[in-house]
Structure formats: structure tokens, C-alpha cells
Design a protein around this ligand. Structure first.
Ligand code: NOJ
Length: 556
């Protein structure tokens, strides 16, 4: 069994070769801080208003200063961008919007040279409808080998005018679209659990399995350190594609969590294990209960699966999620993997103060009463001190370290999320957490790129929150993240264990992780702090008082 160690004591050793990261820190992923880059919105190198790989490469110093261990890159592959790149037309190339393969190699090299690993995002449940395989399927007759790579079925009803089953698309409307056959007649239907531009593969087809093996190899050979696996629970569907029983929970739907899916990841794990350097598979799986999700991270499958995001500002609920996660994952020998925000959720600087849960499809026209930013930020900062203090790995979504809020007032004509289009504006979708980042307050596009172009409009508050306004400023959110990540490393919190502390009111989360005590006040009343040295506080604290919506780390 490999020893679990924290990276501070076992620093990365750099070698000169292309795949230079060789670490004595085995199983680095158990304790790592991983930063999610959403390439469209991180940094724009060429000024066209869309972020790109050279843009990311130009900002690596900022990530290194933040102190992260790895970058997870959301998709940058060839894509018509109907779902922000989660609609892939060529899995082995870079979309010209984002650059070239040479740009990717340079980014990987530069990241490794700074001691940061790079995790790519693989999208195996579906391709784009512009993928050559889907185009060939449309051009081929029913029953052909080309159609068999996807899930084409005859419709129900007298003329096949009804979809083959009652499954809904995650983005609204039915999960089936009917095609027009080559002779102009209405034809078969194809399955798409997401947008109609994202047809689902048929994973019972050996050709699909082989194709993905070679896609994984393509990127592993280039040197990526692993993959975040999109929609990891849904690749395998129940045989016969039966109707969904709506009296049962979504987690029991015939397109989720089918046992056969695990065989795929065991195969992938064996493939990754052929490569040197401790490469990882990360499951995007929201399946419940957590004991079931832990099946994805058994020793011969993936390395990490995301926890349940923290939606509610409610101490007993959060404690329940933390306990359930640690107990389910440690039962199979896997680390917990803490994520507070990502590119699909309302940003935590807004979400935690909303009266109701709005995950995952964003705010909508009915989301009224969003409190003012200065009232909502303290909870986001306190949550950061929670996720970064828990044992296991932690993810940071770009812009979280700047305390960015959700942008709620994007004009309808600028919105791009397919959720907005498929629900006819009933749900805004996820554009509000994807607005291009502010780097420099007094620059065009707030320093996102060299021009004032930005694929989503940036709000005026970006001037105040731009990175240059926060850098080296004692009480800024950026400084809080930097300090927290550094302390987390020096105090080996990622490799620690959690012990709840008794005798605190129920609205206070209080635990010890090694020599660090963590207290978070989620109630409306201040509480007394125990005696001791405060190492870090999410908001200004009085000598012995923990204010509402505040977290502290203390020397235990
Ligand atoms: C999950 C991704 O995080 C999300 O952005 C995407 O829309 C869906 N999977 C479909 O690929």
C-alpha cells in the first residue's frame, strides 16, 4: 500500500523532459487542491472575446501563486460550442477557438514546469451532432453499423411519431429527436440526455469502447495527468431502454448508475495504470446515496468522485454531508473530494444566501430577492475555509478565489446556455457563473484579453473584484485563498482526520483536523471563541468572538 503523504514535505521534483513531473508524492490526488479552468472564460490570448489556451498559459504564474497542485481544464476540443464544448466533434484536436495542439503541449509543459499537474475533461456519454460518426450515422440507413454507434430507435405510435420512451433531457424537453431520412420521410429517433446537438453513444458497442481507449491514450501520451469524466454515471442504459418510473427517485432511472458502467472504468483504470506518474480518473457523478457513489472510487476504478456540493447554509445539513461522504468513501479506501462550486452551479458568493436551492440550472426570472453582494460574500469566504480544511482533495472553481458573485442580469439575447433555450427562458441556465474573469480593473475587458471583447457581458462590479485589486491586499478574498491553501499544506490538512468537537451550539460546525481547530458559525448569533491562537479568519473577528457567517482556523 502506498503511503499517503502531503505535498509540502515531498515537493515535486522537476525534470527537464516533456513529461517532467515525477513526484515522490505518490497518490498526490488524495490531498491535492485542484483548480478548475473553464477555458472560454479564463483568459483570452487573441482578443476575440473567448478565452483560449495561450491565454491560460499567460496566467499560470497567478495559479502558481495561489498554491494549487493541479488544473482541471474543461473541454477545449473541436466543437460547435452548443454546450460550451461539452459537445465534442473531434476528441483528439483543439478547437481553433482555443488554439492548437502545439498550444496545448506548451500549456502542459509550462504547467508541469511550475509543479502543477493538468487534468483534461473527457466527454464519453455523447458527442456533438457534428462528430463525423454522427454525420455518418445520419447518412446511413437504419440498422447500419454507423447508426449502431449511437442510440437510434423507431418511434412509437401509428407512424412512429412518438418518442421511443419517456426520458427527459436534462436541459428541458424530451431526450429524443426524430430525424428525416435520406428519402425525405420522417425517420428514426436518437437519444440525447442533454441537448439535441449531443447524441448519446451506445456503450454496448465494442467500437465505441475501443475508440475511447485510443482517445485516452492520445492525451496520456501527450502527458496529461488524468481525466475528469463527464456524466460518469450514465454511459450505460438499462437494456431495452424502458420507460422511467416517475414514482421512483431520479437516481433509479434506467439511464443512471447501471451496474455495467463500472466495467468501463475498470478497463480505463487498467489503461491509466500502464502509464507512469500517478494519473487519475475523476467521476462527475451525482448519484445517491453516497454509498452508491463510492462504488465509482473502489480501488480498481476511479480515484476521485465529487462530493455533494454544499447548497444550504445549514450546519447540521453540512455536517451530515461531510460525515456521509467521509464514511462512504473511506469505506472503499478513497479520499473525499470537496467541491463548493463549478461551471454548472450558481456561484457560492450568491448561492449560499438564496432562499432555495437552485442547483444545477441557474437562477431564473423568478429568482427575486438576491441579497446585496457585501451581505452574501462572507458565507462564500467561510465556506472556502471549510472545504480547504477538510481531509481529502479540494476543488476551486475559477473566480471563486476572487469572490465573484453569480451574474444575474445578463440580457436574454446574450445568453448561450442550451438550458435557457430549451426551457424557453424559464430557467436562465449556467451563463451567470461563466462570465469571463476580471484580471485588471482598469483595462479593456478587465484584463480578460487584449481587447474589450467578452463572449458574455461583464458586470461593473468586476472592477472592484479584479485580481490586481486584490493582490497583496490583506483582507481580500484572493489573499484569504492564498493563505488558506498555504496553511492547508503546511499543516497537512488534506492528509488529516476529522474529529467533531462537542459542546458547541448546533449552528456552529466545530472540528479538529490534526493540530488545527476549525469553527464555522452558520447561525445569526455570535458565539464565544475558545482560547487559543487564531491562524486565519474568513471575516474580521473580535478577540474572543466568532461572528455569524464566519469561519476561523485556530491552533488546537
Ligand atoms: C456535465 C457538465 O459539467 C455540463 O457542463 C455539461 O453540460 C453536461 N455534463 C453535459 O455534457
Amino acid at each position: 500500500m502506498t503511503e499517503v503523504v502531503e505535498s509540502a514535505q515531498n515537493p515535486v521534483i522537476l525534470r527537464a523532459s516533456k513529461r517532467s513531473i515525477q513526484s515522490v508524492n505518490r497518490e498526490w490526488w488524495r490531498t491535492a487542491v485542484i483548480y478548475q479552468v473553464y477555458p472560454r472564460s479564463f483568459a483570452d490570448g487573441d482578443g476575440d472575446g473567448v478565452g483560449d489556451l495561450p491565454g491560460i498559459a499567460s496566467r499560470l504564474d497567478a495559479l502558481q501563486e495561489l498554491g494549487i497542485d493541479a488544473i482541471w481544464l474543461s473541454p477545449f476540443y473541436t466543437s460547435p460550442q452548443r454546450d460550451g464544448g461539452y459537445d465534442v466533434a473531434d476528441y483528439c484536436d483543439v478547437d481553433p477557438l482555443f488554439g492548437t495542439l502545439a498550444d496545448f503541449d506548451a500549456l502542459l509543459h509550462e504547467s508541469h514546469a511550475r509543479g502543477m499537474r493538468v487534468i483534461a475533461d473527457i466527454v464519453p456519454n455523447h458527442s456533438s451532432d457534428r462528430h463525423p460518426w454522427f454525420e455518418a450515422a445520419l447518412a446511413s440507413p437504419p440498422g447500419s453499423a454507423e447508426r449502431a454507434r449511437y442510440l437510434f430507435r423507431e418511434g412509437l405510435g401509428i407512424d412512429g411519431e412518438l418518442p421511443p420512451n419517456n426520458w427527459p433531457s436534462h436541459f428541458g424537453g424530451p431526450a429524443w429527436t426524430r430525424i428525416v431520412e435520406a428519402d425525405g420521410t420522417p425517420g428514426q429517433w436518437y437519444l440525447h440526455l442533454f441537448d439535441s446537438s449531443q447524441p448519446d453513444f451506445d456503450w454496448t458497442n465494442a467500437e465505441v469502447r475501443e475508440e475511447f481507449r485510443s482517445i485516452l491514450r492520445f492525451w496520456l501520451d501527450r502527458g496529461v495527468d488524468g481525466f475528469r469524466v463527464d456524466v460518469a454515471s450514465s454511459l450505460v442504459k438499462a437494456e431495452g431502454l424502458p420507460d422511467r418510473d416517475y414514482t421512483l427517485h431520479e437516481d433509479l432511472a434506467p439511464c443512471t448508475g447501471q451496474p455495467g458502467v463500472h466495467e468501463i472504468y475498470r478497463d480505463w483504470r487498467a489503461l491509466l495504470d500502464e502509464y507512469p506518474g500517478d494519473r487519475v480518473l475523476v467521476a462527475e457523478s451525482w448519484i445517491k446515496p453516497l454509498t452508491r457513489r463510492a462504488e465509482w472510487v473502489r480501488p480498481d476504478e476511479m480515484h476521485q468522485a465529487f462530493n455533494d456540493l454544499f447548497d444550504d447554509w445549514d450546519a447540521p445539513k453540512l455536517r451530515g454531508i461531510i460525515d456521509d461522504t467521509i464514511s462512504a468513501f473511506s469505506a472503499v479506501g478513497a479520499p473525499s473530494t470537496w467541491v463548493a462550486s463549478n461551471h454548472d452551479t450558481v456561484r457560492q458568493a450568491t448561492r449560499l444566501s438564496l432562499p432555495r436551492s437552485v442547483r444545477p440550472n441557474g437562477l431564473g426570472p423568478d429568482s427575486t430577492g438576491i441579497p446585496a453582494y457585501d451581505e452574501t460574500l462572507p458565507r462564500a469566504r467561510a465556506l472556502a475555509l471549510l472545504t480547504l480544511s477538510l481531509p481529502g482533495a479540494a476543488y476551486v472553481y475559477q473566480g471563486e478565489e476572487l469572490g465573484l458573485p453569480e451574474v444575474a442580469d445578463i440580457p436574454d439575447e446574450a445568453r448561450q446556455d442550451p438550458t435557457f433555450l430549451r426551457t424557453e427562458g424559464e430557467q436562465y441556465g449556467r451563463d451567470g457563473c461563466r462570465v469571463p474573469l476580471p484580471w485588471v480593473a482598469d483595462a479593456p475587458s478587465y484584463g480578460f484579453g487584449p481587447t474589450d471583447a467578452s463572449w458574455l457581458p461583464q458586470p461593473a462590479i468586476w472592477a472592484r473584484l479584479a485580481r490586481d485589486r486584490q493582490q497583496n491586499v490583506a483582507d481580500s478574498t484572493l489573499t484569504l485563498y492564498q493563505d488558506a491553501i498555504a496553511l492547508r499544506r503546511s499543516r497537512t490538512l488534506g492528509a488529516g482526520t476529522l474529529e467533531w468537537l462537542p459542546a458547541h451550539p448546533s449552528h456552529v460546525l466545530a472540528f479538529r483536523n490534526g493540530t488545527t481547530t476549525v469553527l464555522i458559525n452558520m447561525g445569526g448569533e455570535a458565539v464565544r471563541l475558545p482560547a487559543g491562537e487564531v491562524l486565519l479568519a474568513s471575516s474580521p473577528t473580535q478577540a474572543d468572538t466568532l461572528e455569524p457567517d464566519t469561519a476561523v482556523w485556530m491552533h488546537a
